[in-house]
Write a protein that binds this ligand. Structure first.
Ligand code: MLC
Ligand code: AMP
Length: 507
């Protein structure tokens, strides 16, 4: 019986029952069995402690996906340190902000980034270890030299387990503080709801620097004693090759559209599969229908956020309604508020609010920002526009926040605009998302020339943006206009721009 609310303790309970079962099968990158989890996480935790990481500290990780990367998250849980997963695409410029804000005790990065980040350790007393996608680096070397496992530290449900940064529509990126209770309750609910068991082999092609791959997929599988078929990234060839061994798969909509684009992806290939789950971005009805026609499987769509983990899900057994994200999870309350904060009538659209054990404890060192996002009765304002039907199924119909979701990754126009506006020769810019067959939405920048300057050059703008911004945020196109359309209040009319460029990517 678990003696504390430490999420790793719950995972190790499952592990103790299934010592020979494979937890992570990463093919040539190695295999980790459930029976090894206690010792491995203990030894890795001992390495962290030897470098000064204590309970309550933060450990930042910006590393390529590998089994050791996932175990590093578990090692943090073990000693009550909060892990700070960071997109591998973030530039040094972006990284410096997260390090400055979260003040981690340790950063684990790819060996190729080590030199560029050298200034950080000197300036902040930060211990830096390296780890590459093959599981090699100074962290692996230190692990090999460590025999004595660090004991597991008891945690309460409201103790911090992770800080996940999510950009804001205004201002700085915010670190969403997720607790052991948030992660454990959500994983236990999803295991039950989606019927995960030790018989499952979950095809895991998601990155593990976001909640989808790190928490939803990995924690749910680990609590169930399932096997993760761990791929370094989503690659159609490898996915098609490994699907015959899988029972289930989780992905963003781009995974499913890319599979459908490949003639080798047939109903025969996936007849044995139990479950396909989609989330992180809207699944188009045409994708749902084409998938069902090709394979006979109805993709199960669910809805969540970094701040909340999963909130709603279509059912495992029962109707999966296309175009909806299903009813609220057990224990989670959802409601829709119309204009002025009054409850919306059933079927009417408004801002979606959620409350439950999955909802984060607040933004790191931003108490005012946190207070502003919660209602007096404890509901979190998601910023998504939704409606709820007579059966309690939620449909996400829009966003109250100026955010683009590209291939399941969020891009905040304001951040890209600030970067472009600072460039020589640019007057102003407006960044929008328009339909894109592969990424769902494609980032487009509409720019004007600064007074007295020639029209900006598309390639130059893109090249300059790359210096500061991760590749997924870089506009796929830069359109030059004489002036941006504005309303009578002087606000840029992005809806007009979205209409103008709706077919830019040939949709
Ligand atoms: C990569 N690129 C992207 C991109 N991913 N551009 C826009 N949007 C993206 N998502 C860039 C690359 O850097 C490259 O640029 C160019 O686009 C082509 O890359 P690619 O080879 O096609 O990309 P690929 O490596 O295949 O990645 C695409 C992807 C990946 C869809 C497989 O982005 C992915 O795994 N997305 C999942 C993200 C995720 O896990 N989200 C969950 C968030 S949690 P260049 O210029 O370098 O050539 C969340 C909560 C919830 O939202 O509910 O789950
Ligand atoms: P993130 O901040 O990366 O966690 O992204 C969370 C956002 O992704 C949500 O607020 C929604 O806007 C969006 N999202 C997640 N799942 C879905 C879904 N199934 N349908 C539509 N939008 C989704």
């Amino acid at each position: 019986m678990a003696t504390s609310d430490n999420l790793l303790e719950a995972i190790l309970e499952t592990a103790a029952r299934l010592p020979d079962q494979v937890f992570i099968d990463a093919a040539e990158a190695g295999i980790v069995r459930y029976g090894e989890l206690d010792t491995l996480t203990g030894r890795l935790a001992a390495v962290l402690q030897r470098h000064g990481v204590e309970t309550g500290d933060r450990v930042a990780m910006q590393v390529e996906k590998s089994p050791l990367n996932l175990l590093l998250f578990h090692a943090c849980l073990r000693i009550g340190a909060a892990c700070l997963p960071l997109n591998t695409g973030y530039t040094d410029h972006e990284l410096a902000y997260f390090i400055g804000d979260a003040e981690p005790r340790m950063l684990v990065c790819d060996p190729s980034r080590r030199d560029g980040l050298a200034a950080l350790d000197a300036a902040r007393g930060l211990a830096i270890h390296t780890l590459d996608g093959k599981g090699q680096g100074s962290l692996a070397e230190a692990l090999a030299q460590t025999d004595e496992p660090a004991p597991l530290v008891a945690r309460k449900a409201d103790d911090l387990a992770a800080i996940c940064y999510t950009s804001g529509t205004t201002g700085r990126s915010k670190g969403a503080m997720l607790t052991h209770g948030n992660l454990a309750s959500n994983a236990a609910t999803l295991r039950e709801l989606w019927g995960f068991s030790a018989a499952d082999r979950l095809l895991h092609a998601l990155p593990i620097y976001h909640v989808h791959g790190l928490f939803v997929a990995s924690n749910t599988a680990a609590l169930a004693g399932a096997t993760l078929l761990f791929l370094p990234r989503f690659d159609v060839d490898t996915v098609i090759e490994r699907l015959p061994r899988a029972t289930s798969m989780m992905g963003v909509p781009t995974f499913y559209t890319r599979l459908l684009d490949d003639p080798r992806f047939t109903g025969e290939l996936v007849r044995h599969m139990r479950l396909f789950i989609s989330g992180s971005a809207p699944l188009l009805e045409e994708t749902f229908e084409a998938f069902r026609e090709r394979t006979g499987h109805a993709i199960l769509e669910r809805y969540g956020m970094t701040e909340t983990g999963m909130n709603t899900s279509n059912p495992l057994v029962g109707e999966r309604k296309c175009g909806t994200v299903g009813p609220a999870l057990p224990g989670v309350s959802v409601r829709v508020r119309g204009d002025g904060g009054a409850p919306a009538a059933r079927g009417e659209a408004g801002v979606l609010e959620v409350r439950g054990p999955n909802v984060f404890s607040g933004y790191w060192r931003m108490p005012e920002k946190t207070a502003g996002e919660f209602t007096d009765d404890g509901f979190f304002r998601t910023g998504d526009i939704a409606r709820i039907d007579e059966d309690g199924y939620v449909s996400i119909v829009g966003r109250d926040k100026d955010m683009i979701i590209s291939g399941g990754l969020n891009v905040y126009p304001r951040e890209v605009e600030a970067c472009i506006d600072a460039m020589e020769g640019i007057g102003e810019s407006a960044v929008i998302g328009v339909p894109h067959a592969d990424f769902g939405e494609g980032v487009v920048a509409v720019v004007t020339a600064a007074r007295g300057h020639a029209a900006p050059d598309e390639a130059e703008v893109i090249k300059a943006a790359r210096r500061d911004l991760a590749a997924f945020k870089i506009p796929k196109r830069v359109m030059v206009v004489e002036s941006l359309p504005r309303n009578s209040m002087g606000k840029v009319q992005k809806n007009l721009l979205r209409e103008t460029y709706a077919s830019l990517f040939g949709n």
